[in-house]
Design a protein around this ligand. Structure first.
Ligand SMILES: NC(=O)c1ccc[n+]([C@@H]2O[C@H](COP(=O)([O-])OP(=O)(O)OC[C@H]3O[C@@H](n4cnc5c(N)ncnc54)[C@H](OP(=O)(O)O)[C@@H]3O)[C@@H](O)[C@H]2O)c1
Length: 321
């Protein structure tokens, strides 16, 4: 649970009701993401207006406890994982009731802790690559690929036949090289904009401070998906947002749309959504999950602070059951 502007509070609440299309999941591990801190700081309220207090947590691994009357895809005892739907998060809890379309079976090769590293960042990569309409042989620059996003975005990009260049903290160089990265740029000592040019695609995790340079390294006609920049009119349209938000985001993202237009490039903003089918599609990809640190639910605030403090070696997890 959260209280506005303060640390999260742990409270006893009833086990959630299971709707006809829902699956009740006993949560084993929850992943902690920069997004959780952004929700606490109310930085995403224009995209998803959460009402407080709120059960926090955006992704999990767990075991099916019960299914709704319309659910034939899952049964009691199944190992499942997922990104919580935008309008109903709540993975920092012992149980969640979640729409059957938001979850997938965990591949046998993954333990519960490994599985909790996957959904949010794997879906972010898949949804970004779908937006970019990536083609085998294209080059992609993933900025800040040494954290939890890169751990999924890099192997998925390699599985799609892309040439992957990433920047990040040199302490994690070997780990990302082992994921298949073709070129690594140490952000502490090297300037990627002096090294790279004619890149087909950019997956941006750094936002405002780097976007101008990231457009410059792309070729004419290149496509950039930002996970940290400002939403634009295209995002509002794609998400089916209200007229007011369409106007607001058109104004907010116009700087990047203009930058993109100069060289016939395209700017997209992405806010990752739940998608069980898409998650299922990655079960054939060999994913080397990377766990940074595991906290207990009692230490949820320490986990959030750990994620906010940088130095990520992969996913921070909360062990729940
Ligand atoms: N919009 C969405 O749907 C969505 C989805 C997923 C993630 N995201 C965003 O994507 C970002 C990354 O997520 P994450 O989970 O991977 O975070 P993370 O685990 O904290 O990793 C961030 C990585 O970036 C590195 N870094 C920091 N500054 C850098 C710079 N100037 N150049 C290159 N690398 C740099 C960090 O290195 P240090 O160790 O030196 O700090 C760290 O290795 C976050 O901002 C998150 O909010 C957005």
């Amino acid at each position: 649970m959260i209280k506005k502007g303060t640390d999260l509070e742990i409270k006893d609440i009833p086990i959630p009701e299971v709707g006809n299309d829902d699956v009740l999941v006993k949560i084993m591990y929850a992943g902690v993401n920069p997004l959780d801190n952004m929700i606490v700081r109310e930085e995403v309220k224009l995209i998803t207006p959460y009402k407080l207090p709120l059960v926090m947590g955006n992704e999990f691994s767990g075991v099916v406890e019960k299914v709704g009357s319309n659910v034939s895809e899952f049964k009691e005892g199944d190992r499942v994982y997922g990104r919580m739907p935008l309008d109903k998060i709540g993975a920092f809890a012992e149980f969640t009731s979640i729409d059957k379309n938001a979850i997938a079976l965990i591949p046998d090769v993954l333990d519960f802790d490994e599985a909790a590293c996957v959904p949010l960042t794997a879906l972010t990569a898949l949804q970004s690559y779908e937006l970019m309409d990536v083609k085998k042989g294209q080059s992609i620059f993933i900025s800040g690929g040494t954290g939890s996003l890169g751990a999924m975005a890099i192997p998925i990009a390699k599985s799609l036949g892309l040439h992957v260049i990433t920047s990040g903290n040199p302490k994690n160089r070997q780990r990302v090289m082992d994921l298949g990265v073709d070129e690594f740029i140490d952000y502490k000592t090297q300037d990627y904009s002096q090294i790279l040019s004619d890149i087909d695609l950019v997956l941006d995790t750094l936002g405002e401070k780097e976007l101008e340079k990231e457009f410059k390294i792309m070729k004419n006609g290149g496509k950039l998906v930002s996970l940290k920049g400002l939403p634009n009119a295209e995002f509002a349209e794609r998400m089916g947002l209200s007229f007011v938000k369409k106007m607001l985001f058109k104004f907010a993202g116009r700087k990047y749309d203009k930058l993109a237009k100069k060289n016939n490039q395209k700017y997209y903003f992405l806010f990752v959504e739940a998608n069980g089918k898409q998650l299922e599609s990655i079960s054939d990809i060999r994913l080397e999950t990377s766990i940074d640190e595991i906290f207990s639910l009692d230490d949820v605030n320490a986990a959030l602070k750990k994620v906010a403090s940088g130095g990520s070696k992969g996913k921070t997890l909360i062990k729940i059951n």
